[in-house]
Design a protein around this ligand. Structure first.
Ligand code: SAM
Length: 229
């Protein structure tokens, strides 16, 4: 950088620290992000009616993940945690026609529901639901067989899932992991969510992993995004 370059930052409002982000900013972002189509809205209504918990990703998080997948020219994606199939469908829509999402789900009820909605979706040919625990299914996937992975299941297993995904995802591929903000309880003295402590431990672990360049993006409940080095 040349010495004559004008200072980029001036004053407190443009310091090296990030601006504080409030819920108003998130509403602002959401209002400026292409939303869901009728199919996804209906999928969520039907999932709620079927007693499936509404813990899918937000539309603006889906948009960010789609942008990242497109930028990475991803064709093969692995997901742990299918739930109702919402994120799998969103990710599949960002892949080329011969792309594939292999999504892993331990709950038979969730897998049944997801399979029925995926079959009715525009990306049915691009999604496979693999039934079982992530810890059992991931080891069956070949090394370097994916361009990206998304972890969105039991937080206590994230470290194990990460190690597996570092094997499965190709160099320069993406590894994303949800809920880095521990369901909003990241800084609580006595978090009520039983997975919050596991999230904190995983966050600390991620910060030490040298095989990835990664950062938490403050969208949704905090999304880890890493590129495999
Ligand atoms: C947060 S939801 C996934 C949401 C989904 N990715 C979305 O945004 O549409 C977590 C899912 O992980 C599943 N799950 C929990 N433990 C699991 C495990 N050990 N292996 C695979 N799936 C698991 C749960 O049954 C649940 O359906």
């Amino acid at each position: 950088m040349g010495q004559n370059r004008a200072p980029r930052l001036q004053g407190d409002a443009m310091s090296e620290r990030s601006s504080a982000v409030t819920l108003r900013h998130f509403d602002y972002i959401a209002a400026r992000t292409a939303g869901e189509d009728d199919f996804l809205r209906r999928l969520k209504d039907e999932a709620r009616a079927a007693g499936i918990p509404p813990i899918w990703i937000a539309p603006e998080q889906a948009a960010l993940m789609q942008i990242l997948l497109r930028a990475a020219r991803a064709r093969e994606v692995v997901e742990v945690g299918t739930l109702a199939g919402y994120s799998a469908i969103c990710m599949a829509r960002a892949l080329p026609p011969d792309g594939r999402v292999r999504t892993i789900e331990v709950s038979e009820k969730h897998a049944d529901f997801a399979e029925s909605r995926i079959a009715a979706s525009d990306v049915a040919e691009r999604i496979e639901v693999h039934r079982g625990a992530g810890a059992d299914v991931l080891p069956t996937f070949a090394a370097n067989s994916a361009d990206a992975a998304f972890l969105d299941a039991d937080k206590a297993s994230y470290q194990l899932y990460l190690r597996e995904c570092l094997r499965i995802v190709r160099p320069a591929g993406l590894i994303m992991a949800d809920n880095a903000f521990a369901f909003g309880q990241l800084f609580d003295d006595a978090p009520t969510d039983r997975e919050a402590l596991a999230v904190r431990a995983f966050n600390d672990y991620m910060a030490t992993v040298r095989e990835l360049q990664s950062i938490i993006i403050p969208i949704g409940d905090g999304l880890w995004v890493g590129v495999k080095l």
